[in-house]
Design a protein around this ligand. Sequence first.
Ligand SMILES: Cc1cc2nc3c(=O)[nH]c(=O)nc-3n(C[C@H](O)[C@H](O)[C@H](O)COP(=O)(O)OP(=O)(O)OC[C@H]3O[C@@H](n4cnc5c(N)ncnc54)[C@H](O)[C@@H]3O)c2cc1C
Length: 441
Amino acid sequence: MSQASVHRVVIVGGGFGGLQATQNLRRADVEITLLDRRNFHLFQPLTYQVATGALSPGEIAYPLRAIFKRDRNIRVLMAEVTDVDLDARELRLSSVAGVPAPASIPYDTLIVSGGSRYSYFGHDEWAEFAEEVKSLESALTARSRILSAFEAAEMEPDPQRRESWLTFAVVGGGPTGVEMAGQIAELARDTLSRDFRSVNPRTGRILLIEATDRVLTSFPPSLSARAERSLERLGVTALLGRTVVGVDAEGVSVDDGNGSVERIPTRTVIWAAGVTASPLAAKLAERSGAELDRAGRVTVEADLTLPGHPEVFALGDMVRVRGTDGVPRVLPGVAPAAMQQGRYAAKAVRTRLRGGEAPPFHYRDKGNLATIGRAAAVADIKGLRLSGFIAWITWLVVHLWYLVGFQNRIVVFIRWMFSFATHGRGARLITEADAKRCPEP
Ligand SMILES: Cc1cc2nc3c(=O)[nH]c(=O)nc-3n(C[C@H](O)[C@H](O)[C@H](O)COP(=O)(O)OP(=O)(O)OC[C@H]3O[C@@H](n4cnc5c(N)ncnc54)[C@H](O)[C@@H]3O)c2cc1C
């Protein structure tokens, strides 16, 4: 580590990993720069609720500056990291939203947690028609698309075209896909059921398309079966063993695995299948010679550092970790994994500053949670398998606990209780800026 009087730590990403690293270094004798292209921390596990009008953006996001306003050794910068010079120990930056950014920034220790994004299985052209819900911007676009589809159906005289407006296809049966499908079903069946005059939103078809033979493959099969039953009760049709082979403005094409391709007319497709690491992973790999896997994750050592660069930590969704046996392992792409790694990196920096060496990173699996709808969820916590109301309460408590900002916790709790009692969703807005990003019908 550098002999400079104050050790400079630069942290890239104010998401789950980067935030934990920053928070766990705030009392250390270091000067921290936290860099993110957004000026807020986003609680991604609830973006799907923004996409379905259950919550508003400000309730699941929190300004990074506000989180660290009392920490004089932490500076927050809004900028895009474009490259890294590992020899010069400098990051290259570009400006975001017209905010000027320095061309480069030096570091003694670098911690990178750039996350991941959805991949369209090599068909980036599908992205225009199949919205994902990873960022706040895309969640708002998805919200506009879903709500606009009901509006368009109300105006549509042709029954077939009306049916395609009232068909919603969610691709990917993981937790996000299941949550999205369940929420769209509740929106159609409960919230909007009496809002329209020409169409009955309750007749909407909500399809969940999954390539494997069950939803929630990261859960035990018994919980997948319970989730499928809950989805069915909500009116979601799970199309299992089907692979999406085409998406355009008028529908999706799915292959049933036996060579037959079915065309499903729909105007609203939500993408929740397959992720690829942040491009920062490829940059780090290119500059250091570290391995990249097929999902674009850079392989880091057992102590989360880049091979040959003990001063650079990479963590979260964008990495796979080499075990002490030398075998690279992909950890679950979930917030607890990134948070544990962020805390570990901070502790490793503190240990090194005291002249010590950190032991290898060890992931503690805290279990899996997914919600399906009102009072319906599944949980697999260290072998304890829960479903229904008790799993839903567990899900609620865990999400409120990890949500950043006391005010957000209170507001979200009140919103959820209110929605539970009334079936209402207060943020059902179609705004021009969001709708502009939707393709023209
Ligand atoms: C819709 C959805 C639902 C999810 N639900 C759950 C759930 O219920 N439970 C769960 O545990 N996990 C869930 N996850 C996964 C979880 O959100 C991720 O595993 C977690 O966010 C990973 O943390 P991270 O720090 O690696 O990346 P992120 O939290 O994504 O943070 C990355 C940060 O880096 C910034 N960044 C990226 N590139 C640059 C750049 N070049 N320059 C500057 N800044 C940059 C981004 O703006 C972002 O703030 C969900 C994910 C999604 C998308």
